[in-house]
Design a protein around this ligand. Structure first.
Ligand SMILES: O=C(O)C(=O)C[C@]1(C(=O)O)C=C[C@@H](O)C=C1
Length: 376
């Protein structure tokens, strides 16, 4: 379902001269020298569109460096005056918004922890009323698309039309190579709901480790994201925060050089005709798949009626296991990815269970129980 947000194109608020669009800068502003020197080196690469720096840092545990605070805004302004780079900082309270705007910060962003809290987002939105400043909203720490959309809506309702999302990955209990799981499907879902919303990828926070950054940055561009936010420090080995994921300005420039830029469309008529033809074939095949799935569901319904009339359980573990084994082996023989085949079968099986539960009348009882609960 498409959402109705009032959003201006990215090019109306940030220069599109350099492609890919990269917002670079240190995780935290630490000292005036560190920030200004990093900014100069970044500007000298000629590849950076805006300068980022954390001024107020939301830390998980107390006692860690929580950002240099307001004084850093003066350093950031000096970096901007000397390099000509527009600046971006994270804001998490109304006071941050007021101070950042008073200090001439060009772009604000809402952090992942703030996005997860509607009270915080509303406080920021209220502080932004009547101001024409670009705001980027990071995904919430947890993979909840509604929270991300809700935060964008709150900011948009406050009158902010220069709006973007930042995909920084999601917390996960599972051990992983990533600091935050990319869960690309979440960013794709946001793009599907709000196609006009620019999305900036933040490979630094997804990876948590500089070696992985090139892969995520490339994938983000291939996912048609509009830009990258990458942390860069003059000397990452002594960085006060996120030392492992920061790149020197030279390493960042090198990474940008190695990225391949692709476009969503081509002006080559021959290629676009070939793609049209192939897409027509896909449409036909998708139609056949749906017809077949519908036939399968009709059989599932018949089985469901037999089960209801003869006191047979809905779940048939042995039969389900047989389907999983045989069909995934078949899928493999057809050169299909077995994980994909398994997920497809699971999706169909859970729909069968839902359908047969409905036939048994249990779904109705469950619905009634839910209704009773909501009336308590
Ligand atoms: O074989 C059945 O009993 C069915 O209802 C079909 C089906 C399926 O979707 O394939 C559904 C539920 C069972 O757990 C096993 C298989």
């Amino acid at each position: 379902m498409k959402l109705n947000l009032n959003i201006q194109p990215l090019s109306t608020w940030i220069s599109s001269d350099k492609q890919p669009l990269v917002i670079g800068g240190p995780c935290s502003a630490e000292t005036e020298d560190q920030l200004v020197a990093t900014a100069h080196l970044l500007a000298k690469t000629g590849k950076i569109t805006a300068l980022r720096a954390g001024i107020w840092k939301p830390r998980t545990r107390p006692g860690e460096f929580e950002g240099i605070g307001s004084i850093g805004l003066k350093w950031l302004d000096r970096a901007k005056q000397e390099t000509g780079l527009p600046t971006a900082v994270e804001v998490a309270t109304a006071k941050h918004v007021e101070e950042a705007l008073a200090a001439g910060v060009d772009i604000l962003w809402v952090g992942a922890r703030s996005t997860a809290n509607p009270f915080t987002v509303q406080e920021i939105a209220d502080a932004l009323k009547g101001v024409d400043v670009p705001v980027m909203v990071k995904n919430p720490v947890n993979p909840d698309l509604s929270l991300w959309i809700g935060a964008l809506e709150r900011i948009n309702n406050a009158g902010i039309t220069k709006l973007a999302g930042i995909h920084r990955g999601f917390s996960s209990y599972e051990k992983s190579a990533f600091r935050n799981e990319p869960m690309w499907d979440m960013a794709i879902a946001l793009k599907t709901h709000v196609p006009e919303l620019p999305i900036i990828n933040d490979p630094s926070h997804i990876c948590g480790n500089r070696d992985l950054i090139p892969y995520i940055a490339q994938k983000a561009l291939d996912m048609d994201m509009q830009g990258l936010m990458i942390e860069s420090h003059i000397d990452p080995s002594v960085a006060w925060t996120d030392a492992k994921q920061q790149l020197t300005p030279a390493a960042l420039a090198d990474l940008i050089d190695r990225l391949t830029l692709r476009k969503p469309e081509t002006s080559n008529k021959e290629v676009s005709n070939a793609l049209d033809q192939l897409r027509e074939n896909i449409d036909k095949i998708d139609d056949i798949i749906f017809q077949k799935v519908s036939e399968r569901m009709k059989i599932v319904e018949k089985i469901g009626n037999y089960k209801k009339d003869n006191g047979i359980t809905i779940l048939q573990v042995n039969r389900w296991d047989e389907i999983l084994q045989k069909r995934t082996a078949f899928a493999k023989a057809l050169s299909l990815n077995t994980d994909f085949a398994e997920r497809l079968l699971e999706l169909m099986h859970s729909e069968s269970i839902r359908k047969q539960t409905e036939i048994m009348g249990v779904a109705q009882a469950e619905g009634q129980a839910q209704e009773n609960l909501t009336h308590v």
